[in-house]
Design a protein around this ligand. Structure first.
Ligand SMILES: Nc1ncnc2c1ncn2[C@@H]1O[C@H](COP(=O)(O)OP(=O)(O)OP(=O)(O)O)[C@@H](O)[C@H]1O
Ligand SMILES: [Mg+2]
Length: 350
């Protein structure tokens, strides 16, 4: 049922370990335009590696963010990620209806590290090959208990979760809505968050696979905090380059670089696993997003270590907005941080 409430708009809400991001996009005839943006940092341990440790703090901060940005917001598109969720693409014999469901359940069972009885799943047929009678299926499955806990949290904020997506699909959507995908180039979308780095591979221009690496920028954050003996607020400022007077630039660079070992080896390992699985020689291109792509020196260092050409994603590249409206947030500077929330807000919700 289509409820016409004037302009069609969608709100993407991305709840991360470091910050909560909100983007409201109006879906217009010519594309998208931003009508609200909000970011709110969380206390350091409220969420750790997708685990909500301080539920009250998370709810309080989501509600505050909504109040600050647009108190009328009720419907939100959210995403789940982490160990209780899997996203995968596979090729099976072409089937329809209950037979297809059966086959997809079977494939899920092979992949999910949890009991299939407890799973909520959603799938989408990406491609069918009539000649070979095969089809490519994109699957998202989540542990039901985890999904329920998450939905309860959103509802306890006074919000209505209208779509539950996952980070990888949101990152993929944000990319393909903004860029022409070059099908000859094996591309890795690398979204570096605080605790998790999501890697999504595009092959022949299509979503191929996704993998979470359990490392992000928290190591860098902790190292900067310790080295310069700063409180959380000042640590965040130092990383954003806002403490240039009191923080020595060379020292900051050395501290950041010294805290990247886990992140780099995690990405290297994921790349080599993908190369052997997909039987490809090289990853041709990295598209970097997430807060990690804004940390000074990190993108250049990653590029030199991984030896793959790299570009920083701008999820607002094809999106209209009035810079005057969001002056202090400077969307053109922080856009990569909004990749997941923009991808979520690009969802068409009826
Ligand atoms: N403007 C900025 N300049 C530099 N670094 C920034 C900026 N904004 C955020 N960051 C850094 O980005 C990191 C967080 O990235 P991001 O917001 O993508 O993670 P998250 O979504 O909260 O975490 P996760 O996805 O792992 O749950 C933090 O370490 C933070 O210091
Ligand atoms: Mg994130």
């Amino acid at each position: 049922m289509l409820l016409s409430r004037g302009k069609k708009s969608t709100v993407g809400l991305d709840i991360g370990a470091n910050s909560i991001k909100l983007v409201k996009l109006d879906h217009t005839k010519s594309g998208y335009s931003v009508s609200a943006i909000g970011i709110r940092e969380l206390p350091p341990e409220a969420i750790v590696a997708d685990e909500i440790r301080d539920r009250e703090a998370v709810i309080f901060n989501i509600q505050s963010l909504i109040d600050q940005t647009d108190p009328k917001i009720k419907d939100v598109v959210v995403s789940i990620s982490g160990h209780s969720v899997i996203t995968d693409r596979f090729n099976i014999d072409k089937k329809t209806g209950a037979e297809a469901e059966q086959a997809i359940l079977f494939e899920t069972e092979q992949r999910a590290p949890f009991d299939i009885e407890d799973v909520s799943l959603d799938y989408h047929v990406v491609k069918t090959d009539d000649e070979a009678s095969k089809m490519d299926v994109l699957l998202v499955a989540a542990r039901r208990e985890y999904l329920r806990m998450f939905l309860d949290l959103i509802q306890d904020c006074g919000l209505r979760p209208v779509v539950v997506d996952d980070d990888a699909l949101a990152i993929y959507n944000a990319y393909t809505e903004n860029y022409e995908v070059d099908p000859t180039r094996l591309t890795a979308l690398v979204n570096i968050g605080h605790d998790v780095t999501n890697i999504t591979y595009l092959q022949d221009g299509l979503f191929q696979a996704t993998r979470d690496v359990s490392a992000g920028t928290r190591e860098i954050y902790n190292a900067v905090q310790k080295e310069f003996r700063l409180n959380p607020e000042l640590t965040a400022k130092a990383i954003k380059g806002e403490l240039n007077d009191s923080v020595d630039e060379d020292m900051l660079k050395a501290t950041i670089i010294s805290a990247t070992d886990e992140l780099i080896s995690g990405i290297e390992l994921a790349f080599s696993y993908f190369r052997s699985q997909a039987k490809v020689e090289n990853i041709d291109w990295i598209v970097l997003s997430g807060g990690g792509s804004l940390i000074p020196y990190l993108p250049e260092f990653l590029q030199s270590k991984l030896n793959v050409p790299l570009e920083i994603a701008n999820p607002l590249r094809n999106v209209d907005y009035d810079p005057e409206l969001f002056q202090y947030l400077q969307p053109e500077k922080i856009a990569p941080l909004l990749t997941v929330s923009v991808g979520l807000a690009m969802r068409k919700v009826r």
